[in-house]
Design a protein around this ligand. Structure first.
Ligand code: NI
Length: 165
């Protein structure tokens, strides 16, 4: 288990465009394992390689709840094939710690990518998993969610207090 340093909003690397992964290597496998460790440690649901300082088109997602079995997914050189509908909901990012804001995104996504064995797959989903995938996808092109957030970023603690009543 190895944790990588998460780059934070303002770090120039987060605004750069990631380059394709040419092939799977031992180094890349270690990166993916470290990214999962780092994401779970930060209680995140998604993480892009650029967020740990590696400018490669790769992100990971696991949107399962705490009481469910983990479902770690790896998306390498992803391509969004289709989106439709619309959803608005609260979003956060490990590179923007302690903050959340409302973001509107497509409700449905169909995405093509390669898994950690470099096998191509097509995945489609809707709702929160689609939101997470599209959020991570934006990271590969140097975009952070505050760019498209509706209204100011809120402190997550304040929001949780409201939800608790
Ligand atoms: Ni993010």
């Amino acid at each position: 288990m190895a944790l990588r340093e998460i780059r934070l909003e303002g770090d120039p690397i987060l605004y750069k465009i990631s380059r394709p992964v040419a092939k799977m290597t031992d180094r890349m496998r270690v990166l993916i394992d470290d990214m999962f460790d780092t994401m779970y440690d930060g209680e995140g649901v998604g993480l892009a390689a650029v967020q740990v300082g590696i400018l490669r088109r790769l992100f990971i997602v696991d949107v399962t709840e705490e009481d469910e079995d983990p479902n770690p997914m790896v998306f390498i050189n992803p391509e969004v094939v289709e989106t439709s509908g619309e959803q608005t909901g609260s979003e956060g990012c490990l590179s923007v710690p302690g903050k959340v804001a409302n973001v509107t995104r497509p409700n449905f996504v169909r995405i093509k990518a390669f898994d950690r064995d470099m096998n191509e797959f097509v995945y489609e989903t809707e709702g929160i998993p689609a939101r997470v995938i599209l959020h991570e996808y934006d990271h590969l092109d140097g975009h952070l969610y505050p760019e498209i957030a509706e209204g100011p970023l809120m402190d997550i603690e304040d929001v949780e207090m409201e939800e608790d009543g």
